[in-house]
Design a protein around this ligand. Sequence first.
Ligand code: GDP
Ligand code: MG
Length: 303
Amino acid sequence: MGLFGKVGQGLKKTRESLMNTMNSMLRSFGRIDEALFEELEEILIMSDVGTVASSRICARLRESVKEKNITDPAEIRQLLKETVSSMLAGGQTLQLQTKPAVILVIGVNGVGKTTTIGKLAAHLKAQGKKVILGAADTFRAAAIEQLEIWADRAGVDMVKHGQGADPAAVVFDTLSAAKARGADVVICDTAGRLHNKKNLMDELAKISRVINRELPDADKEILLVLDATTGQNAVNQAREFKEAAGITGIVLTKLDGTARGGVVLAIREDLQVPVKFVGVGEGMDDLQPFDPEQFAAGLFDEE
Ligand code: GDP
Ligand code: MG
């Protein structure tokens, strides 16, 4: 595993691509000046950090450099790490105090919703929580089977209906089962694609209404799953779902195998929604609670 742990390992490609360009740029400057910040901003934008976040990072760096009287470009990396870590901090823990609490998992097809639910169920179970899954992606039979495999693997209960069933009815039954069985956390899978986008958003709204009606005082997390390999596309998806579905957090999957890990910053700064978990592989323990400090170290620390 080495120095960086799983997340650092998952960020390897992002770190290498970012550090290669950044180190040679920093070496080409004898001192810190405005041209350096401009080049840095460009490098960040090229690394999927997004224009808003990149310009904010550089603004903060300019301030710290002035404040601390720093002149050596070699010190920029450490400053960047601190800046990014503090920008990403806050709001990353799941709010699941009530019994039961509900997590609704949404996002487009193939981003990793079902896999994330399986990993999350195992994660919460390991914390001593009784978890129950709702197979509310009824669009394809395979989706229900896939979630069932994960439920078995994680050793948790699952509620299902048949293919084509009303997803809101599945959620209703899952909530009832959770109450009857004294579950701590309900996690509901959802379809990523229906006949069209309006359909999908209407469906999610209907599911939300059922949850709010059945458990008005419960803690609810609406987690949007995004695939890091899609870069700016992930940011666009976040924007659409944020408007339609009121998300409380992001799970960013497939950080392993992409150089686009910088997209975490774009999502956080453009949308003001916290990243709560990151996926760094397909295995059960490849979902990690998002740790801003560890993440920043994974981006900017030397191997
Ligand atoms: P869904 O359609 O959103 O439910 O997506 P799935 O959970 O079915 O996942 C789609 C594919 O992405 C599967 O092959 C998963 O194994 C894979 N996947 C999910 N999360 C990760 C991750 O963090 N890393 C990697 N490498 N693959 C992942
Ligand atoms: Mg799925």
